[in-house]
Design a protein around this ligand. Structure first.
Ligand code: SF4
Length: 451
């Protein structure tokens, strides 16, 4: 297989299937109580989305706005309160309702002050019934918002994992990624997080930044390792439409063409992976590395193949076995502000507005299961797949699997009954994931007008 026949290694990061750009307004605005009737609800995941940040990083296409004027955070929490009550009503009491995991993401949840974080936890506990101190609770934070008083609230309310986006320990690289921060601020924030004694610290780093070299990448990796983080995520830089870097026409004035940039990112990926493996870390997925002996407290890089996700907030998704739903989605700042304002003005949260119909155990569910299992370093037991769907992955996806094999992406030594990626397959996760999208999802994503 020559290189020109291989897909490019960085097509897209597949952390959920289908992507939100395949969602559409649901014309019948289905009633949530009907959608949740008959669903299994004894191990739900709760995700609460806080769409505020102090700055907008140049690479970020997440649903978030800069700052929150005029008591907007209060109005947002009021709306979350109404939504959480409506969703709990929709879950009903016919079957037991229990949450097995919770996460606050964003945005930057610690953009909220300590009192607002208390209120956020109250909403999660009192409205939905989630027992935050009894389940893994993961919270995202940033260097400038990880203040001692906020971290104390989170630790007291049961946070088991704090995830901080550092991206680079080199100030010039942070600037190049349009994430202005100083190394000293980052180190101080990490010190406060360790003082808060939350069991799992995750640090996010990015490779492929303009001006980043093997040497400076190693410097960032070692600076992160000095904190003995239980988890490390290594993200390739993407320059996406409508983001800060996308608007300036790329990663600053990157001198290299796309092929050279791909090659540099692959080199830095392999360097980072090999360094962390040599330090004793275990690779969980292309991006995620875990220190042995660390509790697997967070959601990990593993979106559960089964369903039962309750998302609260205007950027959060919810999943039942037959419907994935959310609110409208945008990347551009003015559009995001409009959607957040509409969310805070909503009184009736009893219906799903925007989403994608799933097909029970049909083709899309099979793709989702295969995709989300195969992108984990440990691979997929084919028996689990057969038990769920009645057929094997090779029956359902012969062409795709043959292609992956020809690319050298499957581990020939995995043994019968296990479908596992080779190291090169893992390195190409962002090409392999999109190759499993269905034609219908691909068409919906292509037709989506990004705003
Ligand atoms: S990367 Fe994180 S901190 Fe930066 S703008 Fe996006 S959500 Fe906010």
């Amino acid at each position: 297989m020559t290189d020109q026949h291989r897909p490019r290694p960085y097509e897209s990061y597949v952390y959920a299937y289908p992507h939100k750009t395949a969602y559409r307004p649901l014309p019948d605005r289905p009633v949530l109580a009907d959608e949740w009737a008959g669903e299994s609800k004894d191990a739900l995941s709760l995700y609460v989305h806080i769409p505020f940040c102090e700055v907008r990083c140049g690479f970020c296409n997440l649903f978030t706005r800069i700052g929150a004027p005029d008591e907007l955070t209060t109005r947002y929490l009021d709306a979350l309160d109404r939504q959480a009550s409506a969703v709990r009503d929709a879950l009903g009491d016919a079957e037991p309702v229990r949450f097995a995991a919770a996460a606050f993401g964003g945005g930057t949840p610690t953009f909220l002050d300590a009192g607002e974080l208390e209120r956020l936890c109250d909403i999660a506990e009192k409205r939905t019934g989630a027992d935050l101190r009894a389940v893994p609770l993961s919270v995202e934070t940033s260097p400038s918002t990880a203040t001692a008083d906020r971290l104390a609230v989170l630790a007291d309310r049961g946070a088991t994992r704090l995830s901080i986006g550092v991206q680079s320990f080199v100030d010039a690289e942070a600037r190049a990624a349009v994430r202005p921060q100083r190394r000293a601020e980052v180190e101080a924030a990490l010190g406060r997080i360790r003082d808060a004694r939350v069991p799992v610290l995750n640090i996010d780093l990015i490779y492929g930044i303009d001006g980043q070299t093997e040497r400076s990448w190693r410097h960032s990796l070692d600076a992160a390792l000095a904190w003995l983080p239980e988890e490390l995520y290594l993200y390739p830089l993407y320059v996406r439409p409508l983001t800060g870097l996308g608007r300036t026409g790329g990663d600053g004035d990157r001198a290299e063409d796309d092929g050279a940039w791909d090659a540099r990112r692959l080199r830095l990926y392999r360097q980072g992976r090999d360094h962390l493996l040599a330090e004793g870390y275990e690779q969980v997925s292309m991006r995620m590395f875990r220190r042995p002996g660390s509790p697997a407290e967070g959601p990990g890089d593993h979106a559960c193949q089964t369903d039962g996700m309750i998302g609260l907030g205007c950027g959060a998704r919810s999943y039942t076995s037959r419907l994935h739903y959310s609110f409208d989605y945008a990347v551009e700042m003015r559009e995001i502000r409009t959607i957040i304002d509409a969310y805070t003005g909503t009184r009736d949260f009893s219906r799903a507005e925007v989403g994608h119909r799933m097909d029970g155990d049909g083709d899309e569910a099979r793709r989702r299961h295969l995709l989300q299992s195969l992108l984990q370093a440990r691979g997929m037991e084919t028996a689990d797949y057969v038990a769920r769907f009645g057929t094997g992955p090779a029956d359902d996806f012969p062409a795709e699997l043959a292609r992956f094999e020809a690319y050298g992406w499957l581990d020939a030594g995995a043994g019968p009954g296990l479908l596992r990626l080779s190291p090169e397959g893992l390195a190409h996760s962002d090409a392999l994931g999109p190759a499993l999208f269905s034609p219908a999802v691909r068409a919906a994503m292509a037709a989506y007008a990004l705003k």
